[in-house]
Design a protein around this ligand. Structure first.
Ligand SMILES: [Cu+2]
Length: 266
């Protein structure tokens, strides 16, 4: 192998190793933190994952095909010592050009059908809603209140900051707003994201399959101050059985948070 060939091979192997390392280092935190969108625990997140993979797999196949052809062509047709003859010159190939114009158009049309169907389904609030939660974001805390149950002054009961409770197996609607800048409401394993915008009420819904604890996160960079900031703007999501959820709301209404402390969803 020529000197240049050895050098090229080293660079290729080096970049491949570095790229793989980078990918795995960024994934490990997401997986261990319970924010893996590829392991959904609800119908909305499941559909979002399916749409993502529907695009990623064909894109990966096309990437491998195109990059493979480029590498093959570089290897097959590069200049060789002692061979100074001009290769065969090609000007245009109508059949090939029509094919590579039509093929992507057909592929995009196929991908568009489930994508648009998903946008319509996930964008519309389902007719049957089990419960509604008001979500209010502020730098750097999430507040959740529950209009299904009112406190003694007639206001929706409010839970502790950065702790959301929802019932399993029911469509949950969120009415989302912000007190200051734009934030984004996101529970990676259950659904999202929807922006929290001051003076606006955005709606989002999702359904959690089973009781358990999940992790939510602000998904719109909203500033930082010292050790606090966007990155620390996370919240616990406690998915409970519908009965435990109702009991939790009643506990908030009666002002006895001690009574609800042990009713975490598991
Ligand atoms: Cu934020």
């Amino acid at each position: 192998m020529s000197h240049r060939g050895i050098w090229l091979r080293r660079v290729l192997i080096g970049s491949l190793l570095l790229g793989t390392l980078l990918i795995f280092s960024s994934c490990s935190g997401i997986v261990s933190g319970g924010q893996n969108t590829l392991a959904p625990e609800g119908s909305v997140a499941g559909r979002q994952r399916d749409l993502f993979l529907l695009v990623v797999w064909p894109a990966a196949a096309i990437f491998v095909l195109v990059e493979g052809l480029i590498i093959l062509i570089i290897w097959r047709f590069h200049h060789r010592k002692g061979d100074d003859t001009l290769p065969r010159q090609v000007h245009g190939n109508p059949a090939l050009e029509i094919a590579w114009t039509i093929a992507p158009a057909v592929l995009l049309a196929i991908v568009a059908v489930p994508t648009l169907a998903g946008v319509v389904t996930l964008g519309a609030t389902p007719s049957k809603i089990g419960t509604t939660v008001n979500v209010s974001a502020a730098r750097w805390v999430w507040s959740f209140s529950y209009p299904d149950v009112k406190d003694s002054s007639g206001q929706p009961v409010t839970g502790p900051p950065n702790e959301l409770h929802i019932p399993a197996g029911q469509n949950v609607e969120f009415i989302i707003t912000s007190q200051d800048v734009i934030h984004s409401f996101w529970i990676p394993k259950l659904g999202g994201k929807t922006d929290a915008v001051p003076n606006r009420q955005n709606r989002m819904w999702l359904k959690a399959d089973r009781p358990g604890e999940y992790s939510g996160q602000c998904a719109e960079f909203c500033g930082a101050l010292g050790s606090e900031g966007h990155a620390t703007m996370r919240f616990r999501v406690v998915v409970q059985t519908p009965e435990a959820y109702r009991a939790y709301l009643q506990g908030l209404a009666s002002g006895s948070p001690q009574a609800v402390a042990n009713q975490g969803g598991n």
